[in-house]
Design a protein around this ligand. Structure first.
Ligand code: AMP
Length: 274
């Protein structure tokens, strides 16, 4: 595996990669969720590039940018083990220049739900993903369904900007008890981890209702809110279609149910695709 830290070195190395390229962008502190993306990229491509960059422009004032877990050594070993070909770990100054051109999230879809709670988050996210895709120019790029709105916006960016990359959505990986894996789970105490299970439990309840043909979105939201009471506060429960338009009735094959709640000082997100 080649570890690259500068744009110049990256471009040199990229030229030497033969065949199809799969790309997995991450912010590090790698876990099984990231690994599932890397494994899939490994299966479907001749070459695999992983990036690790804690992107400051997608963190808002007062968010956990400084506290965000950084595990460079462990991440390198994990990527080696997963047979990654190139690991790109740039410093901030490599990725951004002062007063640079900005792209923005769409005015509606980029500013509802996560975008309403974290205004500007998706602008920063799209900015860095655009840069990374242009730099790596992969055939396929892999993103988790866990960040469902992020995934939808990246797919929109690729469409709207006529970018030639296939975006591959990947299933959410959970621990044995159902908690969706996240680098931020390291913030949770054992007691908080136990209570954090209410997110996946609430989505399981929603899925059971759908299976029982109880498809009314308001009714499902009420049930989900009930199960989420174990969290310290609930930010939102939403039922939308794949284009992130609100639904009054669940449409089988075109629905995402999203929950966001705080447990202790940790903001947790989860969702289920129906
Ligand atoms: P992050 O390092 O949190 O920016 O995540 C990098 C990529 O991994 C994103 O596409 C995430 O959606 C994906 N990811 C994070 N956690 C999971 C998970 N539990 N299951 C599947 N994909 C995940």
């Amino acid at each position: 595996m080649r570890i690259v830290k500068t744009i110049e070195a990256f471009n040199e190395m990229r030229k030497t990669l033969q065949g199809s390229v799969g790309f997995v962008p991450t912010m590090g502190a790698l876990h099984e969720g990231h690994l599932s993306l890397i494994r899939r990229a490994r299966e479907e491509n001749d070459q695999v590039i992983v990036s690790i960059f804690v992107n400051p422009t997608q963190f808002l004032e007062g968010e956990d940018l400084d506290a965000y877990p950084r595990r460079e050594e462990a991440d390198i070993r994990i990527c080696e083990f997963a047979k990654v070909d190139m690991l790109f770990m740039p410093m901030m100054g490599q990725m951004y220049v002062p007063d640079e051109l900005r792209i923005g999230a769409p005015a509606i879809r980029g500013y509802i739900l996560e975008g309403a709670k974290r205004p500007g988050h998706f602008d920063g996210m799209l900015q860095i993903v655009m840069k990374l895709l242009n730099l790596t120019h992969p055939h396929r790029a892999y993103f988790g369904k866990k960040d469902a709105q992020q995934l939808a916006l990246i797919m929109q960016m690729v469409r709207d900007y006529f970018m030639s990359v296939e975006i591959v959505p990947c299933e959410i990986v959970r621990d044995g008890q159902g908690l969706a894996l996240s680098s931020r789970n390291t913030y949770l105490s054992p007691e908080e981890k136990e209570r954090a299970l209410c997110l996946s439990r609430s989505l399981k309840r929603a899925t059971e209702m759908v299976m029982a043909e109880r498809l009314d979105a308001a009714e499902i939201c009420l049930e989900v809110l009930g199960v989420l009471q174990e969290a310290d506060s609930i930010e939102y429960v939403a039922i939308v279609n794949r284009a992130f338009e609100p639904l009054e009735t669940v449409l089988l094959g075109d629905t995402i149910i999203l929950v966001v709640a705080w447990v202790g000082k940790t903001r947790l997100i989860d969702n289920v695709w129906i």
